[in-house]
Design a protein around this ligand. Structure first.
Ligand SMILES: Nc1nc2c(c(=O)[nH]1)N[C@H]1C(S)=C(S)[C@@H](COP(=O)(O)O)O[C@H]1N2
Ligand SMILES: [Mo]
Length: 247
């Protein structure tokens, strides 16, 4: 398992571990953090956002990983892509980028890939541990050249809810987090339809509904206004789920 502090170098990690021990003593806490409310809040927000989600060993993988939400988009366009084994599928990367991209599955597979065994936590109260493989979203975004004005990355899916595509969005901190990947394989096999074929987002520091399946488009945007009902995602728009679903 990769520890939460693996992002920090060894020295910084040790230093932080020492500070944590001191910080556990109430009197020391009061002194350490006195008058630092603003900085502490900011510091904690930043360090927490960069931390890695726990990773697990193959023996810890769930024997059954249920599928949730859409299990098959079922549209004629999607059915045709399944029939063609996704040879005609393209992932559009656009919006506020210098170089819009149109990526095939082969393109994505040929990028450096990351494999991670993580726990998926659904807001409905179930979890499962699975293995995911795919390129880091950050590398794809670097290839596209995200413009300075961009603040969010929006994911548009192939499945429709009430006629509109399922969609989700994350900020640039999560977009460039090392465990945020465009997964085309699950548990060592190409991603199946139920779990979001051909490619789904894994954004391991957030709850399940942020992990958009059936990806069709990725757009860098300055604002979420005007997309769906403006709250940044299908469930955020429709049942008031939090936009930031950090875990
Ligand atoms: N396109 C799309 N993505 C989606 C959903 C969906 O219905 N459509 N459901 C979300 C929810 S609530 C969860 S818990 C996970 C479920 O992923 P799984 O089917 O691989 O278990 O996908 C998320 N991503
Ligand atoms: Mo979920």
């Amino acid at each position: 398992m990769i520890g939460r502090r693996a992002l920090l170098g060894g020295g910084a990690g040790l230093l932080l571990a020492g500070c944590d021990r001191v910080a556990a003593i109430p009197a020391a806490r009061r002194i350490l953090f006195a008058g630092e409310d603003m900085h502490r809040g900011l510091h904690r927000a930043l360090t927490d956002r960069a931390a890695l989600a726990p990773e697990f060993t193959p023996s810890q993988m769930s024997p059954i990983f249920r599928a949730n939400g859409t299990r098959d988009p079922g549209t004629p366009a999607y059915a045709a892509m399944v029939a063609g084994r996704f040879a005609d599928w393209r992932l559009a990367v656009g919006g506020l980028v210098a170089r819009p991209l149109s990526l095939s599955l082969t393109d994505l597979r040929s990028l450096p890939n990351r494999t991670q065994i993580t726990r998926h936590d659904c807001v409905e109260g179930w979890s499962a541990i699975g293995q995911w493989t795919g390129p880091m979203l950050g590398n794809v975004l670097k290839a596209a050249g995200v413009r300075d004005a961009a603040r969010y990355i929006v994911f548009t899916c192939a499945d429709l809810y009430g006629g509109a595509p399922y969609y989700e969005s994350i900020d640039l901190i999560d977009a460039f987090h090392p465990q945020t990947i465009l997964a085309w394989a699950m548990n060592g096999r190409p991603l199946d339809v139920a779990h979001g074929a051909p490619v789904r987002l894994r954004v391991e520091r957030q709850l399940g509904y942020k992990h958009a399946k059936y990806l069709m488009r990725i757009d860098a945007v300055a604002s979420l206004a005007g997309i769906g009902r403006g709250k940044g995602g299908f469930w955020e728009d429709n049942v008031d789920y939090d936009w930031y679903a950090g875990i």
